[in-house]
Design a binder for this molecule. Structure first.
Ligand SMILES: Nc1ncnc2c1ncn2[C@@H]1O[C@H](COP(=O)(O)OP(=O)(O)OP(=O)(O)O)[C@@H](O)[C@H]1O
Length: 297
């Protein structure tokens, strides 16, 4: 029996006459990592903020760890960690003092503050004033503040937006460790590679509704988008490539010809033994996303 941690049941929210979250239902079990994806304005932040208890749904119910998150539930707060897109800081403090203050609010010790600072790779910036840290460090500090009290459920709204590639990968490793500890994570992202690498399931939102909800692998295989085989443009003409066994279509990518196919092995066999500089690429979550959102726009 799975441990249900979050249950969103037929939740809707409008701003004025515009319904930005429209009849969304979603559940999250213990230890699950869920990604909320969707174009700008799809309703991801509004949805995650309703689950966090920062906004009240117009209709429908949200339950987190058996509690209603809105209005504020003091028993629930120590069990959830929240990083919002615009985080608040104690501006006059250093990074470690900021975290020690947040830790204190949760009845936690300075050792917890130090642990979460190290967890996000910010130990070197411990004594830097919050106003002086870089954009990426500020983001990591916001994430550290969400983790300082070791919450069971972690909400992160575009956590990797301002991070450089190495910091992004470091955060991925940290999030995987948190998941391995049995914590549940709900996050929003525009990085489809990140959602594919991290998430057990993703919800793709479009105009406030869930357009797809499943594991990245299931979404990719279900979409049957096929694969791409690239070969140097001088190797053959587009017409010749299009006539190969198994090729569905051909596109010109400048230095390469791109062969689209659902039968990679057949096309490779038809290309013969010389596969120098030939590369293949299966469909990704980004391909599924673009297909889905493109079809609905
Ligand atoms: N407080 C508010 N008052 C009025 N409209 C709002 C408010 N907050 C958000 N909106 C609007 O609601 C819609 C959904 O916004 P939301 O921030 O939830 O989307 P999102 O998917 O998180 O977008 P993004 O990827 O750009 O962060 C947008 O059209 C936005 O302009």
């Amino acid at each position: 029996m799975h441990d249900l941690v979050i249950e969103v049941d037929q939740v809707s929210k409008s701003y004025g006459s515009v319904r930005v979250v429209d009849d969304v239902s979603l559940s999250v079990v213990r230890g699950e990592f869920i990604g909320l994806l969707g174009p700008n304005g799809a309703g991801k932040t509004t949805l995650i903020e309703m689950i966090e208890g920062l906004r009240e749904p117009d209709s429908g119910t949200v339950t987190v760890l058996g509690h209603r998150p809105h209005p504020r539930d003091l028993d629930l707060l120590p069990r959830i960690g929240v990083q919002t897109q615009k985080s608040a800081f104690f501006e006059r403090l250093t990074a470690i003092e900021h975290l020690e203050t947040v830790a204190g609010l949760y009845g936690r010790s300075p050792a917890d503050a130090r642990r979460s600072l190290e967890q996000v790779g910010l130990a070197d910036a411990a004594d830097v004033r919050v106003t002086k840290v870089s954009g990426g460090q500020r983001q990591r500090l916001a994430i550290a503040a969400a983790l300082v009290h070791e919450p069971d459920v972690i909400f992160l709204d575009e956590p990797t937006g301002p991070l450089d590639p190495q910091a992004r990968r470091d955060l991925w490793s940290m999030l995987r460790r948190l998941k391995d500890e049995g914590r549940s994570i709900v996050f929003t992202t525009h990085h489809l590679d990140e959602a594919e690498a991290l998430c057990d399931r993703v919800a793709i939102l479009h105009a406030g509704r869930i357009a797809a909800l499943d594991s990245p692998r299931t979404l990719i295989s279900g979409a049957a988008l096929g694969s791409q085989i690239r070969l140097p443009a001088g190797r053959m003409t587009a017409a010749e490539a299009g006539a190969l066994d198994g090729v569905d279509s051909v596109s010109d990518a400048g230095a390469d010809l791109v062969l689209h196919t659902r039968h990679v092995a057949r096309v490779l066999a038809a290309l013969g033994p010389d596969l120098d500089a030939v590369t293949t690429k299966g469909a990704t979550l980004e391909d599924v996303y673009l297909e889905l959102i493109g079809a609905r726009s």
